[in-house]
Design a binder for this molecule. Structure first.
Ligand code: HEM
Ligand code: FES
Length: 779
């Protein structure tokens, strides 16, 4: 078992004969599986990298060394988290090093009675308790803690800012999360120092490997911690009116004494501190190490703190503080195609899942603009997913915000060796030494730095906040009133890949505008957009035409694609009106490269006003028909689309009246033939008097969330602490799509096609609702 192995490993000999293994199911064990040892070697250096072989070759394997089955791919790890009945969390906190008899008798003297809390509690006890105790973790409640976290962070930074050198872990990242945890729990100020002392003694010793004689000292510390937690709890019981999770729990106990028991409250007081403290301290230390090792990224977030929320998410994905978690298999089953017997123990390696190329592009890269970073499994998933995730996110954001603003010039002390306490699950460097020149501290020359701040983003970051600064490389007039803008990354970083139909959002003075990309997708150094100077426009296009010069910086978000090209069709018809040619030309390039049959119909006022005529003639000669209206060549859509053609796809971009006429002209074509780009939503403002309230049952999380008549599903999910992606939040991008397992959806988005709606297997949570009173979602 894991404990035997730990013990033998401590004694310095390998407990296993590595020849000719078979697993408990009788299958042979590969040499790599036989050699897997999470306590030493490569797993300790980099757990995700050490298991790459497994993700590629043997994603579920039996480790004779551990006596555990090890699960390493994203989908499999998530599937295990998803089912807390088949995969019981009861072994999640099983001790790594067993306590000696002597230590046990010390614990007994203190009436030590740590019971299961939440994280390792089975159903049916767990969910009612989790539901009853969730409220203090929801965004609406967490806002009240922001001030406290910021104040503590500043106090700690004040202590070392003038010294020029600090161990960020010892001088800040270890203690602040502990003190935040005590505040969050609602511990009275006067008891904090004592609890902090006990807690530190406890955690430092738990994950170390105390020798038998040290174990007695550990047991003393644990016993005192336990007893003192009880004393504080009794004090809180006398007046449970205060803020904080414990007073809240005491109040809930009065209503639901069977759900929140005495033993539970006492255990939770102690376990809560540990859950909130070490995980967050380690995650912050990992984040700082990672960011300072990627100096260019550090400098980017110093220059643009709006990148911090997503950077936090990417740090949690790339170097999370919980590397692996445990589950017990309660019935014979299969995982990733491998038979697993009832009673098997699983090590589900979330750090490996977080580096799985099958889910994350270039998974080993550290990319703070990754748009699915928050899919990471560092907080687990489903009905036991970390309740404190949004408090942790808030803390790390504030640490980064304060440190980037006050110590942008700090650097890692070179050549330091980062050490980690050897264990399977909790991971963070014991020290992170940094140094800087205090005479260069920004606040010395510019004290106003101290009063700056950025509002914390509570919850998972939204995709539409991920910005980059671009430089205008060229401005070319390519038609009357149309300028082709070439942009490059201001720091010459390679640009993300994009696909035909993608657009970017550009901040134009006070407004943000969307422009389709029309350059070459393979070009990773520049992006091109074509901008029409519309005399009606009061914002974006006029700003670009009148206020932007070569060499200027602009802020851009994206690229994102709301207008995806399906490459499976036999034949394509592109219909463009005016400036609508921009996405169409990129699509035509793509279709041509794929060797498909296509035609382009392009209407405009006059040839002089139509962009890309040379490029169209050069690259798409025989496929293009032009309809300049001043030459009396009108596009006759009714005639063009009289007879439906099997296997065709029609893509169109242009003025609203062209799109409407096209929809009418192709109404008798097969469903899902016509694709148009929507830059603005047709979504009406939510009118509560017209709507009805309903409920969404979340299958994976095991809860039912009410959606009020004046709320979107997305808002209701977030208020209930469920991570849910979004981008446009007006039904046009598809980022908020979730699988629907049951119930009829009232679709209101512009993303799903008619047949996708009819099948009803997914919905956009930012706008669509339930027809009836309930929907069941896979969340
Ligand atoms: C559960 C990680 C911070 C409270 C968990 C689980 C993980 C985790 C992996 C088990 C999830 C599962 O079984 O699906 C982390 C990480 C943190 C963090 C990486 C910091 C970066 C916090 C904080 C608090 C907290 C700050 C409290 C204020 C809890 C609780 C549970 C839990 C109460 C049990 C939930 C349940 O079983 O229903 N955490 N945690 N965590 N965490 Fe966290
Ligand atoms: Fe864009 Fe919902 S967030 S469709």
């Amino acid at each position: 078992t894991l404990t035997d192995v730990a013990r033998t490993a401590v004694e310095g000999r390998c407990p296993v004969d590595h020849s000719a293994f078979t697993s408990p199911t009788g299958c042979p064990i590969s040499p790599a599986a036989a050699a897997f040892d999470p306590f030493t070697g490569p797993y300790q250096v980099d757990p995700a990298a050490s298991l790459r072989w497994s993700r590629d070759e043997e994603p579920v394997f039996y480790s004779p060394e551990l006596g555990y089955w090890v699960v390493t791919r994203y989908e499999d790890v998530k599937a295990v988290f998803r089912d807390n009945l088949l995969f019981s969390p009861s072994i999640a906190l099983e001790k790594i090093t067993p306590t000696s008899d002597e230590a046990n008798s010390v614990l007994a003297q203190y009436d030590y009675g740590m019971a299961r809390t939440l994280v390792n509690e089975d159903e049916p006890a767990h969910m009612p308790r989790r539901r009853a105790l969730m409220e203090p973790f929801t965004p609406a409640e967490l806002v009240h803690h922001e001030e406290m976290v910021r104040r503590l962070t500043r106090e700690y930074v004040d202590r070392f800012i003038d010294s020029g050198r600090a161990d960020l872990v010892d001088e800040m990242l270890w203690e602040v999360p502990l003190t935040v945890a005590l505040h969050f729990l609602g511990v009275p100020e006067e008891d904090m120092d004592t609890l902090r002392e006990y807690s530190i003694a406890h955690t430092v010793n738990t994950w170390g490997r105390p020798a038998p004689d040290q174990q007695v000292a550990v047991a003393e510390a644990v016993g005192k911690f336990w007893q003192f937690a009880g004393t504080v709890l009794d004090k809180l019981r006398k007046d449970p009116s205060g803020h904080g999770w414990m007073p809240f729990g005491i109040r809930v106990q009065k209503e639901q004494p069977d759900v929140v028991t005495d033993s539970y409250l006492h255990s939770m007081m102690m376990a809560g501190i540990v859950a909130a403290h070490e995980t967050t301290a380690n995650a912050s230390a990992n984040a700082l190490r990672l960011l300072l090792e990627h100096r260019d990224v550090w400098e980017e977030i110093c220059a643009d703190p709006s990148l911090i929320p997503n950077a936090v998410e990417e740090c949690l994905r790339h170097s999370g503080s919980v590397a692996a978690w445990r589950r017990l298999v309660t019935d014979d089953t299969t995982i990733g195609g491998v038979d697993i017997p009832k009673g098997a123990k699983l090590l589900i390696v979330n750090s490996s899942a977080n580096h799985d190329e099958r889910h994350f592009d270039q998974a080993d890269d550290f990319d703070i603009r990754r748009d699915n970073a928050s899919d990471h499994l560092t907080f687990g998933y489903g009905s036991h997913q970390c309740m404190g995730k949004n408090l942790a996110r808030m803390e790390i954001q504030i640490f980064l915000e304060e440190l980037t603003r006050r110590l942008p010039h700090m650097r890692l002390v070179p050549d330091q060796e980062f050490t980690y306490l050897p264990n399977t699950s909790f991971r963070g460097p014991e020290h992170v030494w940094v140094h800087w020149d205090p005479t260069l501290n920004p606040e010395r020359v510019y004290p106003a730095v101290l009063s700056e701040r950025q509002a914390v983003k509570i919850g998972e970051p939204s995709k539409n906040t991920i910005a980059r600064t671009m430089q205008v490389d060229a401005l070319d007039r390519i038609a009357d009133d149309i300028v082709l803008v070439t942009l490059r990354d201001a720091s010459d970083r390679p640009l993300p890949k994009w696909s035909a139909g993608s657009h970017v959002d550009i901040d134009c003075g006070d407004v943000s505008r969307q422009y389709s990309l029309c350059g070459h997708p393979d070009d990773r150094t520049t992006l091109q957009i074509a901008v029409l100077h519309d005399p009606e426009s009061r914002g974006g296009s006029r700003w670009i035409h009148t206020s932007v010069s070569v060499g200027d910086s602009v802020r851009m978000r994206g690229p994102r694609n709301h207008f995806k090209l399906d490459l499976d069709a036999d034949r394509y018809v592109f219909v463009a009106g005016g400036i609508g040619i921009t996405p169409v030309i990129a699509m035509a390039d793509r279709v041509k490269a794929a060797g498909r049959d296509y035609e382009i119909h392009y209407a405009g006022r006059s040839r002089d006003s139509m962009a890309f005529l040379d490029r169209l003639a050069r690259d798409h000669g025989g496929h293009v028909r032009l309809y300049p209206s001043d030459e009396d060549t009108r596009m006759d859509l009714t005639t063009m689309f009289t007879t439906p053609v099997e296997g065709s796809q029609i893509y169109s971009c242009g003025p609203e009246r062209l799109l409407t006429a096209l929809a009418d002209a192709t109404a008798h074509w097969p469903d899902d033939t016509l694709h148009v780009e929507h830059f603005s939503s047709t979504l009406e403002q939510l009118d509560p008097s017209e709507e009805h309230a309903f409920a969404v049952e979340l299958k994976d999380s095991g809860i039912t969330v009410p959606v009020a008549a004046d709320q979107t599903v997305l808002q209701a999910l977030r208020a209930a602490n469920i991570d849910a992606q979004s981008d446009c939040e007006e039904g046009i991008c598809g980022a908020c799509e979730v699988p629907v397992l049951d119930g009829e959806v009232d679709h209101r988005d512009l993303v799903l096609t008619k047949s996708e709606r009819a099948v009803g297997k997914t919905m956009m949570t930012c706008c669509s609702r339930a027809c009836g009173d309930k929907l069941t979602l896979q969340l």
